[in-house]
Every structure is written in C-alpha cells, then in structure tokens.
Write a new protein. Structure first.
Length: 657
C-alpha cells in the first residue's frame, strides 16, 4: 500500500457570485471551520464551491473502463448551469463570477481559479521548492474536455492540472481523487452512507489498501472473463438462428426451377469467399490479442518501476530539503510566498498595497545572505531522467493498447458483418433448393441441411471454447481476489480499533468492524458490529446512529491514510440528532481534530445545543456567518429569534477566539 497525500485546504475566494451579496474570502484553519446561516443562504453552495475548486464539477469519476475500443461510461458531471442558475441574471456581473481555491498537497501549493458562469478551469499557479509558476495549457469548458480522447486532453490546462495533482497525491489517477473527494471527504445533505456500499468498499480494498498492480491484474482478468462470456452468448444466438432455419427445411418442400442454377453457383462462390475471409479475420484477431497482452504486461511492469522510482526520489528530495533549509524558520518559505505570490503580510495577514522587493538569496526581513546550494546530486537527477524515460514508455504502451483496442473493435464489426452475410447466403441457398427440387428429390436440400449442421457443430465448439476461457479467467480473478482479501485481513485489526474509538464515543456501545462477505456479493467488506450485533444494512440503526456510524468509518479511513493534514466536510450534522446525542456527536468531531486536520461543518441557526457544545470544546475555531453574505428572505429578515441566535452564537465564537 502506497502513502496517500490528500489535499490540505488553505483559502477560498468567491468573487462576483451574485448568490452572495458580497465577495467572500475565507482562510481555513487546522481545527473547526464553522459555516453558519439560515435556509437558502448558500451553505451548500459554499461547500460545493470548495469541491468544484478541487476536482471540477463532477458527481462521479470514471467507473467503467474502456475495452475493445468502446468507451462505455465517462465521468458523471453536474449540470453546466449548476452555478449559473444560482446567479441574479445580471450578465455583466455573472460572467465575471469565479472561485479561487488555495490548497497544499505534500509541500506543493496550488492556487486554482475556475469560472462559475461557464464551467472552466481558468488558471493554476503552483509553488514548489520555493519557486512559483503558472501551469501552461489551453482553457476549455469542462463538457468539451470530457468529449476528447486522452492524447488531446494531455496538453490542455485541465489535463496538466489533473496529472500534476495526481502525481503529488501519489494516487496517480485523477479519477481516484474525484472518488476520494466525493465519496470520503464530503458528507452532504443527501446523507449517502458508504460503510454499507459494497462497490465503494470494494474499490477502497482493492486499490488503496492493497498493491494497485494487483488490482490492475484483477480488473484485466475480469474484463477478459466478461469478453469471452459475451462471445459464448453470441454463439448461442447464432445457433438459435440456424436452428430455426433447420426446422423450416425439415418441414418445407418446393418445385424445381432450372433458371436458379446460375444463382446457386454464384452464391456458393460467395459463400466460399466469405468463409475464407472469416478464417483470416480470426487469425488476424488472435494476432492483435497477443500483441495487446504483451503491451498490458509491459505496462504493469513499467508502472511498478515508476512507483518505486517516485518513492526513492521523494525520499532523496526530502533529505536534501531538510539539509538545505534546516537552519531556517520552518515557516520561512510560507512567509516568503505570502509576500511574493499573494502580497499578504505573514505577521498580520493584511494585504500589502506597495510593492515589496525581495532580493534573491537574501532574507526578506533582515536582508542578510541566506545563499544555499540547491543543485540536486547526480544520482537524484539520474533517477529523474530514468523516471521521465519510464513515463514515456508507459504512455507509449497506453497508446499502443488503445490503438489495438480500436483495431479489435473494427475487426469484430467486420467479422459480425461477414457472419450475417454467410447466414443470409445459406438461407438464400435453402430457398433456391426448394425451387429446384421436388419433395421426392431431396439431394440438394440434404446438402444444405448437412452444411448448416456442420455450422452448428462449429458454433457449439466455439461456444464451449469461449465458455471455458471465461471460466478460466474468472478462476484467475478469484485467486487474485483471495490475495487481496488476505492482505486486508491484516489491516482489519488496526482499522477496527480506530472505528471503535470514534463510533463508541457516539453510540455509547462497544463497536468494531468485521471483515466478511454478504450473500450475493462478490467481495468481502467491512461490516459495523454494534453492541455485539453485525449491522448488515443501514436500516438496522436509527437515522442518527447510521449517519454517525458512517462518519466514524470515514474518519477511521482518514486516520488510517493520514500522512499529512487534510480535511473533512459535514453538512448540518445536528439535523438528525436529539438532545441526548449532541454531546457525543461533538466528541467524534473533536477526536478527528486530535491530529492537525481541517474540519468544516455547516449549521443552521436553531435552538440545538450542538453548536454551543462544539464551540465550547474545540481548541481552534474559525467561522463564516452567511447572514452577512447571503440573500436574506423577508421571513428571515423579520425573525427576531433568528437574529438573536445569530448574535449569541457570533458573540460566543468571538469570545472563544
């Protein structure tokens, strides 16, 4: 299992978005970030703007893979008018609406700007190793981007951004980042749970708790099993079609028609030609399959070497970084970046209007020399050269596999067309037979019948061959799955202990995770065991119990994967709680903050004690009151209770600060 570096939120700026009465600038902290307001004031929109800044406007990542040149499903997107429909309709202002999100991934800072009127990635500023640069690449609307092939995407701004973020997270596939953000890091108002979702758990188990190469082999064998099963089913359909013709031959007769002899001879010559073409197509297809198998194996080996090299390079660069900057203040580069990039004072956080000059290799405060040698050792540059070469080789393999899949798809289309023409010719021959021979003369009819019986035998042979191959690949997939599950059993104890820590605080009962399979499910999954009873589905717990059981599972995952600070978002967690559980719920969130993490909670102003409890107990707190930014309805404006609660909560937060 590789280390995963999840994004760490730093700041969000929302500009010219007319859902709000004024622009919003909010800096996230390690601790509780409270987004408060009334109904319809934009709390969910604020959360979705964070998500949009990170991954784009995607509901779901690419979940079904490409095979035989056919792309069966792409990323699932939100409506392109999702944010536009929340605007006032003033075109001059709305077209300028944008969100800017600043976040870190493993010592690399991203400042991402996206348009809200059109779903477009506008710019990406990257800072790493003390140097900042704008990521190059052409802007394109997200919906157009999704219609391009992988080669076309790679040189666009969105493609370059996704590749760089995937590299820095050490996940290496941006679709997996979309999965983590949507399914793990955000618990929305739809209250969708993942602890009872076998597909999400299966993906976590095979791709993140295990060696990704093992999952790649598993997926490839399952695809092969599905393909050969599909071929076997097509053979059965062909056999049923011939069977109907044979039954008609057995029950029909016709008169002689001498003038049809020429057509018979012509049809037979065509049939021989088509049969020869079918045989050649099968040989050509086998050759393509063998070539693709070679490239798939080569890609798997290269990707393993790439992961190993990337890990070694990160370790060496970390040593060099510590040696170079060990004598400086740990936050020096952050302070310098504040001055250089966002023109913000690192001491008081106020914007600097006058140009602040920083001389290279001199301290920005005392102006004394801090010149350091930053040239990488030769063995590190050699490893980077090797890595670049390996990445090119992997890309070439991907391109070859893609091209072969297209060729195979075309061959399949041509083969099926030939098969249809063969059947049509055979049927036509049968019809002509009936016109040429009387009921008493069965010689030609017998010939056609025998030919079709031979075809039936060949189809039966091909059906059995492909069914056998499908069974073989399914057996291989089962063996790989057992290896994956054996590895997971070693993780269960650690993850279960974390889950018990979170869930036990909320439920007030002994809690743990078991690792087992459900009837009808292909893979094992983690099952919450509450008070000694396995809870096999969500309905076996009350509404609040299942929501916080699920959040306990998510926080256990985030603690398990913890390498650097990250974040978790929960919308209106108090909406399903009665007063007796509010303190327990607050305790779960505070436990998540035992490590330096960012917790983002939205809440309505109401008479619940949850807000008071979590404000009182949290050590670090920042907040955003959307009553000051959102568009207030007349009912809310006239509500003295709402105003009083808002004032009381805000005074409590300020006093806490």
């Amino acid at each position: 299992m590789n280390n995963i570096y999840l994004p760490e939120l730093k700041k969000i700026e929302i500009r010219n978005f007319s859902l709000y009465q004024k622009d919003i600038i909010y800096e996230f902290i390690h601790g509780l970030n409270l987004i408060i307001g009334g109904n319809g004031m934009g709390k969910t929109s604020f959360i979705n703007l964070i998500k949009y800044g990170l991954i784009g406007s995607y509901k779901k990542d690419l979940d079904v893979r490409t095979y035989k040149g056919e792309r069966r499903q792409g990323r699932l997107q939100y409506s392109p008018d999702y944010f536009k429909n929340r605007m006032s309709g003033n075109y001059d202002q709305d077209i300028k609406a944008e969100v800017e999100l600043t976040f870190d991934v493993c010592n690399t800072t991203f400042i991402v700007t996206r348009g809200l009127y059109e779903i477009t990635l506008k710019s990406v500023f990257v800072t790493e190793n003390g140097e900042g640069f704008f990521l190059p690449g052409e802007q394109i609307r997200q919906d157009k981007y999704e219609r391009l092939n992988e080669d076309e995407k790679s040189n666009l701004l969105q493609g370059r951004y996704e590749s760089l973020v995937a590299e820095k997270t050490n996940i290496n596939d941006f679709n997996d980042i979309i999965f983590f953000v949507n399914q793990i890091l955000f618990f929305g108002e739809d209250r969708k749970t993942i602890v009872w979702d076998s597909s999400i758990q299966g993906r976590l188990s095979s791709k993140y708790f295990n060696d990704p190469a093992l999952d790649e082999k598993f997926q490839e064998t399952k695809r092969q099993a599905k393909y050969h099963d599909s071929i076997a089913r097509h053979k059965s359909e062909d056999m049923r079609a011939i069977s109907k013709i044979l039954k008609r031959i057995e029950g029909e007769s016709g008169d002689k028609e001498v003038n049809a002899l020429n057509e018979i001879n012509l049809s037979k010559r065509k049939l021989e030609k088509y049969t020869l073409n079918l045989n050649e197509a099968q040989i050509e297809r086998k050759d393509r399959e063998n070539r693709m198998s070679v490239y798939v194996n080569e890609r798997i080996n290269i990707n393993k070497k790439i992961k190993d090299l990337e890990q070694k390079i990160r370790e060496e660069e970390s040593k060099i970084y510590q040696r170079i900057w060990g004598t400086l203040n740990p936050n020096y580069k952050i302070y310098e970046d504040n001055l250089k990039v966002i023109h913000s004072c690192p001491m008081c956080n106020q914007h600097i209007t006058e140009k602040f000059v920083i001389e290279e290799d001199n301290c920005f405060l005392c102006n004394q020399s801090i010149r350091v040698e930053q040239e990488l050792p030769k063995h590190v540059t050699d490893m980077k050269d090797d890595l670049s070469e390996m990445l090119l080789l992997s890309q070439r393999c991907e391109k070859e596999i893609y091209n072969i899949e297209i060729e195979l798809h075309k061959l399949d289309q041509e083969y099926n067309k030939l098969k249809r023409e063969v059947f049509e010719l055979q049927s036509r021959l049968r019809d002509i037979d009936h016109n040429l021979y009387s009921k008493d003369d069965k010689s030609q009819e017998s010939y056609t019948y025998t030919a079709m019986m031979s075809e039936m035998e060949e189809l039966e042979r091909e059906k059995k061959e492909n069914s056998s191959k499908s069974d073989e690949y399914n057996k291989m997939a089962d063996d790989i799955l057992k290896k994956i599950e054996n590895n997971l059993s070693n993780i269960t104890k650690e993850l279960s202990s974390m889950f018990a820590d979170f869930a036990g605080d909320f439920l007030g009962m002994n809690s743990k995770l078991s690792f087992d399979s459900m009837e009808g499910e292909e893979v094992k999954r983690y099952i919450p065991v509450i008070d000694g009873k396995p809870r096999l589905n969500s309905l076996e717990l009350s509404e609040s119990q299942r929501f916080f059981t699920d959040q306990s599972f998510r926080m256990s995952l985030l603690r398990f994967f913890y390498t650097t600070p990250s974040f978790f978002v929960c919308e209106t967690p108090d909406s399903s709680l009665d007063i007796s559980y509010e303190a327990n719920a607050a305790q779960i969130f505070l436990k998540y903050l035992n490590k330096p993490n960012t917790l983002i909670i939205t809440s309505n102003f109401n008479n619940s004690e949850f807000l008071d409890l979590i404000i009182d107990k949290t050590p670090k707190l920042n907040y955003l009151n959307l009553l000051e930014h959102g568009r207030i309805s007349s009912i809310q404006r006239d509500s003295k209770v709402l105003s009083e609660i808002s004032k009381r909560i805000e005074e409590k937060i300020v006093a806490k600060s």
